[in-house]
Design a binder for this molecule. Structure first.
Ligand SMILES: Nc1ncnc2c1ncn2[C@@H]1O[C@H](COP(=O)(O)OP(=O)(O)OP(=O)(O)O)[C@@H](O)[C@H]1O
Length: 183
């Protein structure tokens, strides 16, 4: 295994992108299709955290396990340094900034999000907090505060046509990234 300094100096042959946003905005739906089209590796952080044993105590209020962020970052470092990954997570501030070439924040209409989350069985504080998170653009602000302005893109994702349009926009961004590498 290479040491971290050597890894960080590797020139990525494909970019890493982050797809983030409030739970229910459509990250997984988009990442699955994008990964199939582009061949980039979809890293669903919630699933990987379980696989890497990076879950700590259970948060009773939010009814979800707490992530051991440091352990997860260590486990992903080599994969991320090599490039070619689509990272899917509902938060973005704790990842190393250097990991990502672009950060796409999905947003959706609040009523639509409410319906999606209640269909999933979310109720009470968990439902309210997620809706407020979307109303107050919490993840978008987090992304703007954590990454350089020119790498953060907001993508509205409410109706099925948006999904295809967003995939097209990301594919266009990827195409431009590869063109720049070849200049
Ligand atoms: N553009 C869209 N138009 C209509 N429905 C959509 C769209 N995108 C996603 N959905 C639907 O919204 C629901 C939530 O989508 P998804 O599970 O992809 O969200 P998520 O952001 O990955 O959630 P989580 O963070 O909890 O994993 C799903 O039922 C999905 O089919």
């Amino acid at each position: 295994m290479m040491d971290v300094n050597s890894l960080q100096n590797i020139r990525r042959e494909a970019p890493n992108i982050l797809i983030t946003g409030t739970p229910g905005v459509g990250k997984s739906s988009l990442c699955k299709q994008l990964s199939e089209i582009t061949g980039l590796q979809w890293l669903e952080i919630s699933r990987i955290a379980k696989e890497y044993n990076c879950l700590e105590d259970y948060d009773a209020v939010y009814q979800c396990p707490v992530l051991d962020e440091d352990k997860l970052m260590d486990g992903l470092e080599e994969t991320m340094c090599r490039g070619g990954n689509i990272v899917d997570y509902h938060s973005c501030e704790f990842f190393p900034e250097r990991w990502f070439d672009a950060v796409f924040v999905l947003t959706t209409d609040n009523t639509t999000l409410y319906d999606r989350l209640t269909n999933r069985g979310y109720t009470g504080k968990k439902l309210e907090d997620n809706i407020q998170c979307e109303i107050f653009h919490v993840i978008l602000e987090e992304a703007k505060n954590s990454y350089k302005e020119h790498v953060v893109f907001e993508l509205s994702n409410t109706v099925p046509e948006d999904l295809q349009e967003n995939i097209n926009k990301i594919c266009l961004w990827l195409q431009q990234w590869f063109q720049k590498q070849n200049c």
